[in-house]
Design a protein around this ligand. Structure first.
Ligand SMILES: NC(=O)c1ccc[n+]([C@@H]2O[C@H](COP(=O)([O-])OP(=O)(O)OC[C@H]3O[C@@H](n4cnc5c(N)ncnc54)[C@H](O)[C@@H]3O)[C@@H](O)[C@H]2O)c1
Length: 331
């Protein structure tokens, strides 16, 4: 049994707390949030201790691991403090918005040799994991192209955009990680982007629509397309194209019933609302992987280096967007 505390009881922290509370090999002992009402509600729901501070959590010798689900700008400090305290860490993405700060964090914790996993949950989505496994088993031969479509139902509030670190570090970072997961290391990045959804997002210095092209070390060509708004809901699709065929992951729906009428054919339920619903299985499997790795004494993936690699690609995409040039990552 691995004893956990959750730091940050917002949108994603509440969901992780619920997954930990029901996990057969994990035990949720405490939760903490700087907003006492937020942690009180989660503590009450799962009948666990409401910690008074981060130190209150890290000083508790019964706690083996912390799940960091607080805002991105708090991750580095919490990772360092947790590593010093000898806790294993499952930290939400991204490690930080500043690559140099994230790299300093890696150097700072190195002597503690902590177990750190980064929350790129899409790797644990059963469909994405199966696509990768089948490709590796050779089902479609040599892999040539990967197309990732990732569109959110609606943009976040402008206040969030201002502190998000930009579309590439905040949103596309999941797609960069999946590109590495499926295609291996990325060696070149070229990006276009614009504020096509809401000019106010452009006014805040960000983009809300992007098309990014990557090349992998193995020679695969990868295309990622993002939008912060999709009229038909959360759009999460993937096509992996090879010499002998294609593997495709489509959107997930509440039911698979299709309607065929005089007005429309193949009309199906809308795609599941957003990440909490679409990746529900993946978030649960992510925790199972982390718990199993702690039990077996092996390093979980995606680890800290995977978090850094995705951030490097995000920075390269931004550099390409701003310069209009292809940015190489292998030189
Ligand atoms: N993997 C994913 O799919 C996914 C999805 C959403 C968010 N995230 C990431 O999760 C993190 C949290 O996002 P969210 O949407 O849940 O945000 P949120 O604002 O809903 O929740 C964050 C919570 O952390 C609390 N908090 C702030 N500082 C804290 C501190 N020092 N210690 C403890 N608690 C603190 C806040 O009071 C708030 O309740 C972000 O890094 C975000 O990028 C990941």
């Amino acid at each position: 049994m691995v004893n956990f505390a959750v730091l940050g009881c917002g949108r994603i922290g509440r969901m992780h707390a619920a997954n930990l509370a029901r996990h057969p090999d994990a035990s949720l002992l405490a939760v903490y949030d700087v907003v006492a009402d937020a942690s009180a509600a989660v503590a009450q729901k799962h009948d666990v201790r409401q910690a008074r501070s981060v130190a209150d959590v890290l000083d508790d010798p019964r706690i083996d691991a912390v799940l960091i689900a607080s805002p991105t700008d708090t991750h580095v400090d919490l990772i360092v403090a947790s590593a010093r305290a000898g806790k294993a860490v499952l930290c939400e993405k991204p490690i930080d918005l500043d690559l140099a700060r994230a790299e300093r964090c890696r150097d700072e914790i190195a002597s503690f040799a902590p177990t750190v996993m980064i929350g790129f949950q899409r790797r644990f989505d059963p469909s994405i994991a199966a696509l990768r496994r089948r490709a590796r088993e050779g089902e479609i031969g040599r892999l040539e192209q990967l197309i990732i479509t990732s569109r959110d139902p609606a943009p976040p509030p402008l206040g969030y955009i201002a502190v998000s670190g930009g579309l590439f570090r905040d949103m596309t970072i999941h797609d960069f990680d999946i590109a590495r997961f499926v295609a291996g290391e990325i060696v070149a990045v070229s990006a276009f982007g614009d504020a096509l959804v809401d000019p106010a997002i452009g006014g805040a210095g960000d983009i809300d629509s992007a098309m990014v092209t990557l090349r992998s070390a193995s020679g695969m060509l990868i295309h990622i397309n993002n939008a912060r708004r999709s009229a038909y809901g959360y759009d999460q699709r993937m096509e992996l194209f090879g010499e002998r065929g294609m593997l495709r992951v489509g959107n997930h729906r509440a039911t698979s019933v299709e309607s065929w009428t005089g007005g429309a054919t193949e009309a199906a339920d809308p795609a599941l609302h957003f990440f909490i619903e679409r990746y529900a299985d993946a978030y649960a499997a992510e925790i199972s992987h982390f718990v199993a790795c702690l039990r077996d004494g092996v390093a979980p993936r995606p680890g800290f280096e995977d978090g850094l690699a995705a951030l490097r690609i995000a920075d390269a995409a931004l550099e390409s967007l701003q310069s209009g040039r292809v940015v190489r990552l292998d030189g």
